[in-house]
Every structure is written in C-alpha cells, then in structure tokens.
Design a protein around this ligand. Sequence first.
Ligand code: G3P
Length: 225
Amino acid sequence: MLILLDSADLEALRAIIPGHPIDGVTTNPTIISRSCAAKKEIPGLLRRIRSLLGGDGMLHIQVTAASADGMVAEAETIKEQFGRDVYLKVPVTPEGIKAIMMLAQNGARVTATAVFTPQQALVAAKAGADFVAPYINRLDDLVVDGSKVVREIKQVFTQYSLKTRVLAASFRNIEQVHRVCLAGADAVTISPELYWKMLFHPLTERSVEQFARDWDALPEEEEPK
Ligand code: G3P
C-alpha cells in the first residue's frame, strides 16, 4: 500500500517529507498553478520536490498537450528534466490512450489520470499504464460511490491478471480514504491536510497528555511517610 501526497506546496510537503512514510508526490496542472505565479517557475519547483523526495520517492507529473504526439513530446522533455523514472500522468482521453501506448512501449512509466469508470481503467491498463487514478471525491459528488469504482477496477484487473495498480486520487475526507483502502486500492494520493487528519484522534492526544501527567507526578524517590 502506497501513500503519496497530492500537492506542490513545498512548505506543506517539507513538514511531512522526510520523516513520515510517504512514497511519492503527485501533481497536476491545477495543483502546480496553486504554487507558481508563472510557468517559468515550474521546473524549479518540480526539481525541489524531486530532491525532497530523494532517490526512492515517486514523482508524478502530468502532460498538458491535447494530441498524443504532443503528449509524447512533452513527456520526453519531462523525463530529460526530472529523470527517466518520473511517472508521466496522462488523462484517459482518446488521444491520451494513444500517448499511453506509445510511452509504455518506449519503457516510460505512466499514470493514467482523470479516471471515472472501470471501463476507462481497463482500456488504460491494456494500453500499458502502470497506475490508473480514479477520482474519488468527484465521483462521490455525483452520488456515484468512488470506492465501488475502485473495487470494480481491482476486480477487473485481478480477473484478467493485469498488473496495473490503482492509485486512488481526489479526496475530501479520511472516510473516503478508508473506503478505498477497504476496496483494495494499491495506493492513495492525498493532500497534506488529509495526511495529518489520518493521524489525528482526540483520544490519542488525551491519552498522551494523561501519560505525561502521571509520569511527571511520580517522584524520583519514595517520599518519607
Ligand atoms: O490527483 C488528482 C486530484 O488532484 C484531483 O483532486 O481534489 O481536484 O478533485 P481534486
């Protein structure tokens, strides 16, 4: 089970990485636009995230071209700039599927993104994607159970022995994260805020405070009667 952070907010990322069990960072154009004032800042920002992650952490970067050839050309530039082990995020449009096939055939790592149905996930897996990223909250918003979509994608992948992993994305609360874990997601990508919420429980805080109070109240030596 992998936990990634869906953010390009360096300060928020640095508060968690390193030191916490994070397997990587995912970005998309919207996330990057929140952390950059202009496009020329993007390479520097992504390089800082790359170095924060160290050698083992995964970095997922999304292509923005509309055509398959444009996506593949953009992917080459991304790999040159940020390393050949970067995961190239490609939306599951008809052109995106063509790009996924070309990239996978050339040995690139690919994450098929903006997935909303098991059928899109199946086609992306057949095209050679390493990960598919279903958007849970955007499904839940439409009263389509996002965790059910994850369960069905996993069922289809298992049935046909497809190696593609499910990287569930787009969360608003930890209940959604919990549900996709129960549904068998291989990975989740969550905001730094949700990561902290996964750890928080008022009873944990209260218990630790009680431990500290009881420990501090215990004298070093037995007091004379
Ligand atoms: O990784 C995809 C994700 O960033 C989309 O999330 O919160 O914009 O629905 P959201």
